[in-house]
Design a protein around this ligand. Structure first.
Ligand code: SAH
Ligand code: SF4
Length: 368
């Protein structure tokens, strides 16, 4: 039965080889599907006849479907809700945020040329961070490498994608093999993204960080640190107990020595939890010896799922000033995007599965 994604690279390549077909045909098949995800195999010209038989019997161009695409009111963000073949949903977000500002109004230009795609690696997540909508779902399933790539295929129908960030649903380093395989395909024809344009964001799975550079050199690593000391980290991210801060920092030190690359540090600003002056100093001292860029992330409220409030703007500005001024650490503040379409990843899926009539209506109102 045709059931696997043709983007499950190792499966399709090994099946081609066992059938005596050159795996060099595989990127041609992908190229065609990338242009036309709903194609039939016989529409692809010039494949050996055994390839058509094999594709027909075992593979589908896309196993997932684009269920809805919702634009934010400023058109900068489009949130894709994608239905997997097991019936579960994942989110992917296209961000056309252009860092060059508009010529006259000083605002980011919508529809900029450098679209970034935020993709999911799992349905749900077992890490349980208590500020995260995806965490509140628990773990449901891992995406295959093909399902990870299909998000890029669906998004490419909407915008030309230059950057990919694994900041959607799930913990990418808990689905290591599929994520590495998907990135290998993304960096080869026909996608041909530069590894420098791909960022994997992790809660800090130490054993996987230790392997990452060997498997995927030149990739960007982003670490969701979110607290400068172990107890606050444990309070908001239960996984920190298994991956203690001190060991994590040692792993990052090693990663940086080997890779010689800067590391991105994500820090979610939670009112009264991790946003005080002393926390900025603790974070500054922790990161002083690293080559990092700290990204302060305004907390995106997720309703009754989480008890936290966003930090006041003034707090965020002061936090940034301390890191920059006292510790000379490059520090940016993430722009809030797509709040009107449930910007934080996982929110749309969590809302969908909620049985509350109001929430379901919300989603249906948003359908295009
Ligand atoms: N599991 C990985 C990648 C997915 S989460 C990780 O945790 O890094 C991507 C980013 O979104 C993480 O930095 C995460 O902490 C952040 N995030 C999760 N919930 C959020 C929320 N409600 N508001 C703002 N950022 C959030
Ligand atoms: Fe999982 Fe990341 Fe959400 Fe934590 S923040 S629960 S690691 S997806």
């Amino acid at each position: 039965m045709a059931c696997r994604s043709v983007f499950d690279a190792s499966a399709v390549k090994s099946d081609f080889e066992s059938a005596g077909i050159s795996p060099n045909f595989v990127p041609l098949v992908w190229k065609h599907v990338l242009k036309n995800p709903n194609c039939r195999w016989d529409e692809i010209p010039s494949l050996p006849s055994a390839a058509y038989a094999l594709l027909n019997s075992k593979f589908m161009p896309c196993t997932s479907t684009l269920h809805s695409a919702v634009d934010s009111s400023d058109q900068v963000t489009t949130k894709l809700l994608i239905k997997l073949k097991n019936g579960e949903f994942v989110e992917a977000v296209v961000m056309r945020y252009d860092t060059r500002l508009g010529k006259y109004d000083g605002k980011p230009r919508p529809g900029g040329p450098r679209a970034t795609l935020c993709i999911s690696s799992q349905v749900g997540c077992k890490m349980g961070c208590n500020f995260c909508a995806t965490g509140s779902m628990g773990f449901k399933s891992n995406l295959s490498s093909g399902e990870i790539l299909e998000q890029l295929v669906h998004a490419s129908q909407i915008s030309a994608i230059r950057n990919v960030v694994f900041m959607g649903m799930g913990e990418p380093l808990n689905n290591y093999a599929a994520v590495v395989e998907a990135i290998r395909v993304m960096t080869a024809p026909p996608f041909q993204l530069s590894p420098k344009k791909i960022t994997v964001s992790t809660v800090g799975i130490i054993h996987a960080i230790n392997k990452l550079h060997g498997d995927m050199p030149n990739l960007n690593l982003a670490v969701s640190l979110h607290a400068p000391v172990q107890d606050i980290r444990c309070q908001i991210m239960p996984a920190a107990r298994a991956f203690p801060l001190e060991k994590l920092m040692n792993a990052l030190q090693k990663y940086q020595t080997i890779s010689q690359q800067k590391i991105f540090i994500e820090y979610i600003m939670l009112d009264g939890v991790n946003d005080e002056e002393q926390h900025a100093h603790q974070l500054g001292k922790l990161l002083e010896t690293f080559d990092v860029v700290v990204n302060l992330i305004p907390f995106n409220p997720i309703g009754s799922l989480s008890p936290y409030r966003s930090s006041k703007d003034q707090r965020v500005v002061e936090f940034q000033k301390t890191l920059r001024g006292t510790y000379n650490i490059r520090t940016t503040v993430r722009k809030q995007m797509g709040q009107d379409i449930s910007g934080a990843c996982g929110q749309l899926v969590v809302k969908r599965s909620s049985k509350t009539a109001n929430l379901i209506t919300d989603i249906e109102d948003l359908h295009i």
